[in-house]
Write a protein that binds this ligand. Structure first.
Ligand SMILES: *[C@@H]1O[C@H](CO)[C@@H](O)[C@H](O)[C@H]1NC(C)=O
Ligand SMILES: *[C@@H]1O[C@H](CO)[C@@H](O)[C@H](O)[C@H]1NC(C)=O
Length: 174
């Protein structure tokens, strides 16, 4: 039993030393939000804390930090936020924003980033959120399909998927 535990401890220790998969090294740069979905529609409604208009993401690999720069509306006003998060085991990203968040990059291509977030607010309420972010002026159908599939796998109702590409009127919108 002791030997087994020792092996387990070694495996975990070694695992933590693994180099980051390539994906995080490709994330830094400008991004904009195309679609979001949520198990709780209030969070992504107009003035909702997760109706996020992304502007850019910056990854600091040596420090295992990631910074999200975005706007969200508070009472109809665009408010800029930069949220710093830590990158943990298996690239689970842990951020404090409207409670605690456990965020993962599910899929990434040169033009699209599909993310999944679990938010736990101060009352312990759990909200599942998915997003499709892009670079460039267009979003492709294949990425939309992947995002919709993810939302459905997470039991987010189809009516809670919203296109925000045309509602972004916050500053620095391309
Ligand atoms: C968002 O806030 C603005 C300003 O308070 C308000 O006019 C608008 O109705 C709000 N939207 C929703 C859906 O509550
Ligand atoms: C999250 O944001 C909502 C407003 O959208 C607010 O009512 C709530 O208190 C916030 N919760 C936390 C934990 O910040």
């Amino acid at each position: 039993m002791k030997i087994l535990l020792l092996c387990l401890a070694l495996v975990l220790a070694c695992d933590a030393q693994l180099p980051l998969p390539n994906v995080l090294t490709q994330v830094s740069g400008p991004w904009k939000t195309w679609y979001i979905s949520s198990s709780n529609p209030d969070k992504i409604a107009e003035n909702g804390t997760f109706r996020i208009y992304m502007r850019g993401i910056n990854v600091d690999i040596p420090r295992l930090k990631i910074y999200f720069n975005f706007y969200a509306k508070v009472d109809g006003e665009c408010v800029e936020n930069t949220v710093g998060a830590s990158i943990g085991r298996d690239n689970l990203i842990n951020a404090d924003y409207n409670g605690s968040n456990y965020f993962r990059i599910i899929d990434m291509t040169p033009n699209a980033l599909i993310g999944y977030d679990v938010n736990v607010d101060s009352k312990g309420k759990i909200t599942k959120l998915a997003s499709l972010m892009g670079r460039g002026a267009h979003v492709n159908e294949e990425d939309i399909a992947k995002f919709k599939k993810l939302s459905s796998e997470k039991d987010i109702p189809e009516e809670n998927i919203i296109y925000v590409g045309d509602t972004d009127n916050c500053p620095n919108h391309e």
